[in-house]
Design a protein. Structure first.
Length: 364
């Protein structure tokens, strides 16, 4: 309960800050100079490519989060404003707890309600919020098979050779922020259908504006999205006030297993496959549970191992110190950002913990 109350307090502070920014925007139009601040992206080239193509398919990473889904839906709405034909097709289904973000059920799943053959008429494929083959799942096959122009819009560090043109800014707090910049570049006014998913994308990827990646421009963008029709209270309620019994029970196991070391600077925990069946939780319920470790006073880094199949683990890293989480993740074939990253590892739980903890503690 303390965690929920603290999070709600952050929400209230965020809305107040965004409303203050909105008041400033209304009184001082020069503040709109904050638009298109992601200078690492060649927006002129991006605009030329969008203008050249008419039929798009958008995709993102497996186990999609709000930034992935919100960026897809926001970009879809932007492209529809330009008269484009747009399909969203992902490698994994939208997690049930995030279904609220897609009220019109626009997102399809490759191999389930849409096939690669159904995408043959597309003349452009855009990947959002990932640059890695391993993160595309079954949509990786589509990327290889479709004979169309391919592009990536992403804010993660590092990339695989996807046979695509990259439009990236690793300093951006979320891919959703880049979609806002894309809308500005393309001359598309923000609407409620654009703003709602993009606010979800940005707010969640910044830890509801708590992470160091959130800056003054983030709040100005949040204010613009609210002015365009985004409803932070609805997004917050759907994300944090719709808990299932299974997720609560799973959280209890995560908390019970937390261990600290390096004089309290590192906290870590784990989830086994059996935990899902025993608690009634879903794999998607593990999203952000690693952040519980960071609520411990004095903790500077955290990690969680989530067993996917026997002896195969997904690892999430968090850092709020000089340690670069993305560099740690790359040691295990993953990637991400300085403050948050992920990877995969195989072996027994004990072996995986030893390897991971040795790597992290060597950097603290």
């Amino acid at each position: 309960m303390t965690y929920v109350i603290a999070t709600f307090d952050v929400y209230l502070e965020t809305v107040a800050a965004a409303q203050n920014s909105l008041s400033q925007l209304k009184s001082d139009p020069h503040l709109y100079l904050f638009r298109n601040n992601s200078m690492a992206v060649d927006w002129q080239a991006f605009t030329e490519i969008i203008n050249k193509h008419d039929k798009f398919v958008l995709t993102s990473h497996i186990r999609p989060d709000c930034d992935a889904l919100g960026s897809e839906l926001g970009m879809r709405a932007v492209l529809l404003e330009l008269g484009k034909d747009v399909i969203i097709a992902n490698g994994h289904a939208t997690p049930p707890n995030l279904a609220f973000i897609d009220p019109e059920n626009c997102i399809r799943v490759i191999g389930q309600d849409i096939q690669i053959e159904d995408l043959q008429d597309r003349d452009a494929l855009m990947v959002l919020d990932t640059s890695a083959w391993a993160q595309l799942g079954d949509m990786g096959a589509a990327l290889k098979q479709l004979d169309c122009y391919k592009m990536v819009l992403d804010h993660h560090q590092g990339e695989d050779d996807l046979g695509a043109e990259f439009f990236k800014d690793s300093t951006a707090e979320a891919t959703g922020r880049l979609v806002v910049d894309a809308a500005d570049t393309l001359g598309v006014d923000l609407t409620a259908k654009i703003a709602q998913p993009l606010f979800a994308a940005i707010s969640t990827d910044t830890g509801w504006f708590r992470f160091g990646s959130a800056n003054a421009n983030t709040y100005h963008i949040a204010a613009r999205l609210i002015a365009a029709g985004a409803k932070p209270a609805d997004i917050y309620g759907n994300l944090y006030e719709r808990e299932t019994v299974g997720r609560i029970r799973l959280r209890g196991r995560v908390l019970e297993r937390i261990e600290v070391q390096s004089e309290g600077r590192l906290a870590h925990t784990f989830i086994r496959c059996a935990d899902f069946q025993e608690t009634g939780a879903l794999p998607s319920d593990t999203e952000d549970l690693v952040n519980l470790c960071l609520t411990i006073q004095g903790t500077q880094a955290a990690l969680i191992l989530v067993e996917q199949t026997p002896s195969v683990y997904k690892v999430s890293f968090r850092s709020r110190c000089a340690m670069d989480a993305s560099e740690v993740a790359r040691e295990f074939g993953g990637g991400g950002h300085k403050a948050a990253a992920g990877a995969g590892i195989e072996g027994s739980l004990e072996e995986c913990q030893r390897r991971l903890l040795d790597e992290v503690t060597s950097r603290l």
